[in-house]
Design a protein around this ligand. Structure first.
Ligand SMILES: [Mg+2]
Length: 224
């Protein structure tokens, strides 16, 4: 029996925060901003301005930049795929899951160019069975529809059950549960003031992959 494992991308399979810090340093240098500007950018990011258009509107105002916010945002999306990395052990863990009978997919919110660029440049697009990007499909997690598309791209259906692994309590865990999936939450020490009820809590995606592999190992051979 094949099983479905869906993963979030940002800050689950890749360390987006680390890439953001690199970008912030580059941005400050390019626009001749002070070191303090990097702190400001990181803080603004942490303070929950995930919508980048709004983020860049604020950044533009703060540093009196002449380029329009939409242009700054486009440049960000063009650059980020070059700054993210997927650790080799994470790539290996996904490959191992597939080898042990799992169908592995990625379900992520974000603009099509940025998210697709990250999937392709890290090589993740080649090691999973399928992926669903909100910017392409026009629906966002926690909407069950995006999980459904990801499952289908993996040759599976949500009615078969499966797992969702991610760091966002609402988008990944509430969304995954609503989609009928069991869940593993990556607790990155950041709370968004929302309690979630995952089946497992881990601090690294490798631990999540280990949990899934163990589950498979406990199944009788004919059900794997
Ligand atoms: Mg995430």
């Amino acid at each position: 029996m094949q099983r479905l494992a869906l993963f979030d991308l940002d800050n689950t399979l890749i360390d987006l925060d680390a890439a953001f810090l690199l970008w912030a340093h580059e941005f400050a240098e390019e626009h001749r901003l002070s070191r303090k500007a990097v702190d400001y950018l990181v803080k603004l990011d942490c303070n929950g301005l995930p919508h980048r258009e709004l983020f860049f509107t604020k950044v533009r105002e703060r540093f009196k930049l002449s380029a329009p916010a939409t242009e700054l945002w486009i440049a960000y999306r063009r650059r980020m795929p070059h700054l993210v990395e997927c650790r080799p052990e994470v790539m290996a863990a996904l490959t191992e899951l597939r080898a042990s009978g799992w169908r592995v997919g990625i379900v992520t919110n974000g603009t099509a160019d940025n998210q697709l660029g990250k999937l392709q440049r890290t090589g993740l697009a080649d090691v999973v069975n399928g992926y669903a990007l909100s910017g392409v499909e026009g629906i966002r997690k926690p909407d069950v529809g995006l999980f459904e598309i990801a499952a289908r791209r993996c040759g599976m259906s949500l009615t078969d059950g499966g797992w969702m692994v991610g760091d966002h309590p609402v988008a990944d865990i509430d969304g995954g549960r609503a989609a009928g999936l069991r869940t593993v939450w990556l607790d990155r020490g950041t709370r968004v003031g929302h309690e979630c009820s995952p089946d497992h809590v881990v601090s690294d995606v490798i631990q999540a992959a280990d949990i899934l592999r163990d589950i498979n190992g406990r199944l009788p051979k004919k059900h794997r």
